[in-house]
Design a protein around this ligand. Structure first.
Ligand code: NAP
Length: 307
């Protein structure tokens, strides 16, 4: 089969770290162009904007949108209007309603829209999902603590409205939990700590439940120095399940489990290929909806300025 002619818009950290190598390693895609104001990928035709790229006549079938979420909707709309399949980095938008608008547009144009959640492609996730279908979860503890200075240096957008703050990594944990739990959960209470000089939270504690009364607690914190923690611990009716390192390690009853080796982004692009080739879309907003609920229901506490 001929490879899908792919472009990337919004070239930055995640493109250099993950998208470019995953695409280079996948024969189903050929990277033919980028659209980015200041950045480019060596050896790939570069345009400054989506409009310039779409008007260039370059044959493009699909576009991955990797700019910060606040600036993604216009680019996505332009790409879909031009009949291109679209891959959205997480989170899929700055609001739920704009994602709904894109979903409707993709359906109208008959093209694929993929709202990607890379953490759902971590190797432990599908293993745990199957385990929880046989062992009812009773209690879930999510601990997602990292050092914002290390992971997000100079990313001002993350502190601005729509940038999500600590929910930028926290939504990855929510994308895993919403994938593996057999029942849909909903938020009961939340506390968001917002630095006095910023617009988005630096820490959040969330309490969810579901129709069966499962207790789900999440602790997101960006002030962790030293060892970083991306753990989910699940007590089921008869087992203890421990996902470590964002789902890259799995322990059940304190014994390590063998996991598949495929990386998150290679798996994301394999899935995107299947969607494009089968003419379908995959747009699950559940993780973003929980974040929106947290901003709506949560107590906002002002904390120390972040410099
Ligand atoms: P980034 O490097 O700060 O931004 C990506 C690129 O977007 C920038 O290099 C910039 O390229 C473009 N951009 C920035 N502001 C823009 C604006 N106002 N309008 C249009 N384009 C703009 O961010 P990132 O870390 O790659 O993250 C991008 C997305 O990927 C986010 O949604 C993030 O949650 C997600 N993600 C990030 C990571 C990670 O580890 N960093 C992991 C997984 C997912 P130009 O200056 O060339 O236009």
């Amino acid at each position: 089969m001929t490879p899908i002619q792919l472009a990337i818009a919004g070239v930055g950290k995640i493109v250099y770290d993950q998208h470019a190598p995953a695409i280079a390693g996948n024969a189903d895609f050929k990277l033919v162009a980028t659209a980015s104001r200041n950045h480019r990928i060596e050896g790939v035709t570069a345009y400054k904007s989506m409009t310039e790229m779409l008007g260039s006549g370059t044959a493009i079938e699909a576009i991955s949108l990797c700019m910060p979420p606040q600036y993604r909707y216009e680019a996505a709309r332009e790409a879909l209007e031009a009949g291109k399949h679209v891959f959205l980095e997480k989170p899929p938008g700055a609001t739920l309603s704009e994602v709904e608008s894109l979903k409707q547009l993709a359906a109208k144009k008959g093209v694929t829209l993929f709202a990607s959640w890379h953490s759902r492609h971590a190797p432990a996730v599908q293993v745990v999902k199957r385990h929880l279908q046989e062992h009812a979860p009773r209690q879930v503890k999510v601990i997602w603590r990292e050092d914002v200075r290390h992971w997000h240096p100079d990313q001002e957008w993350i502190w601005q409205p729509g940038g999500l703050g600590v929910f930028d990594p926290g939504i990855n944990a929510l994308s895993i939990v919403t994938e593996i739990l057999p029942q849909a959960m909903f938020l009961k209470q939340a506390t968001l700590e917002v630095p006095s000089n910023r617009q988005t939270p630096i820490a959040a504690r969330l309490g969810f439940t579901d129709a069966l009364g499962t207790d789900v607690q999440a602790d997101f914190d960006w002030r962790q120095t030293g060892e970083q923690t991306w753990d989910i611990v699940i007590e089921t009716d008869s087992t203890r399940v421990h996902l470590k390192k964002g789902g890259h390690e799995l322990w059940i009853n304190d014994a390590p489990c063998e996991l598949p080796v495929e990386g998150e982004y290679p798996s994301l692009y394999a899935h995107f290929c299947k969607l494009v080739r089968s003419g379908s879309s995959d747009v699950d907003v559940a993780p973003l909806r929980h974040v929106a609920d947290a901003f709506m229901l949560g107590e906002h506490v002002v904390t120390d300025a972040f410099v």
